[in-house]
Design a protein around this ligand. Structure first.
Ligand code: NCD
Length: 302
């Protein structure tokens, strides 16, 4: 039985296979309509979500399976004090696979240790978010045709942004990728991510305009309010970066602007119509890659 807790749980070959499979699903959805017939996905969401939970559910439904779960901790026995370990023991009796999102770092790993079914980490606190990374890799591959030799700029909350941590970890495993980290000094990418990923950071700055011209990818992120210890600090930092048309003037024509969404203020809506804005398309890919992932973990074939 396999789990997906961290991007490193998948080999590079497996990621390539998932992307290939997801592209085939996108082009031939009918072929996959029954491959998970009779299978049940449980979505255990202890934290808010729109895209991740709904794309997981839509993915399972698109494969002919069914879904159950909860979308907030108050609606589950967590509100009565039940531990993740006990909850997952129960869920293992009711479903064939589960996706879990939880505010505490490491909770998906804990769940996987007590589970009888594959566990997918759908975000554990400010730690990792491997299925967003698969979505991001599929998007980059679809547009750039490769995952190597790219200069990726990450901008915003690099400290608490779990999507950043997982994507940096994955992209660092491909040859020739370089990283430009743009954040306020309070929200720099954590040392453990730099050290473990071995990512090649060519610049680290508080100034987006200075480096935007070197980037092939600009990955914007929301300042993660829910991870702050004090609201004043959040208010002070929340609008550190607002990408608008003017800031894009010096960027490459084939830059892609990505964002895991939800966006708050960090990308002005005037950017949405720019051909470089890819974030809504990116969200669409999330469903296909999750279909491919569910198939892989359930050993389903078309
Ligand atoms: C992200 C998350 O939950 O980490 N959203 C998502 O899954 N697409 C990013 C965020 O909430 O800022």
């Amino acid at each position: 039985m396999r789990h997906l807790i961290d991007p490193s749980n998948l080999t590079r070959d497996e990621v390539d296979t998932l992307i290939e499979q997801a592209e085939d699903i996108k082009n031939n959805p009918g072929k996959y309509a029954d491959v998970c017939k009779g299978k049940i996905l449980a979505t255990l969401f202890y934290e808010p979500s729109t895209r991740t939970r709904l794309s997981f559910e839509s993915a399972m439904l698109g494969l002919g399976g069914t879904v159950l779960g909860f979308s907030n901790a108050d609606a589950s026995s967590a509100s009565k004090g039940e531990s993740v370990a006990d909850t997952i023991r129960m869920i293992s009796c009711y479903a064939d696979i589960c996706a879990i999102r939880h505010p505490k770092e490491g909770s998906a790993l804990v769940a996987s240790r007590y589970s009888q079914i594959p566990v997918i980490n759908a975000g554990d606190g400010g730690h990792q978010h491997p299925t967003q990374t698969l979505t991001d890799l599929m998007t980059i591959h679809a547009v750039k045709g490769r995952l190597t030799g790219l200069t990726a700029g990450f901008c915003g909350d690099l400290m608490f942004g779990r999507t950043v941590h997982s994507l940096v970890r994955s992209l660092a495993g491909y040859e020739g990728n370089k990283f430009i980290m743009v954040s306020p000094k309070e929200l720099k990418v954590p040392n453990y991510i730099r050290d473990e990923s071995g990512c090649q950071i060519i610049a680290e700055s508080e100034n987006l305009e200075e480096y935007i011209g070197q980037m092939d990818i600009l990955y914007m992120t929301r300042v993660q309010r829910e991870r702050f210890f004090n609201e004043e600090e959040y208010v002070r930092l929340k609008d550190s970066y607002i990408l608008d048309k003017e800031k894009l003037i010096n960027s490459k024509n084939d830059l892609i602007v990505m964002h895991p969404l939800p966006r708050v203020n960090e990308i002005s809506v005037e950017v949405d119509s720019d051909p470089r804005a890819l974030y809504f398309e990116q969200a669409r890919y999330g469903r296909y890659i999750r279909m491919a992932l569910l198939m892989m973990l359930l050993n389903a074939a078309a």
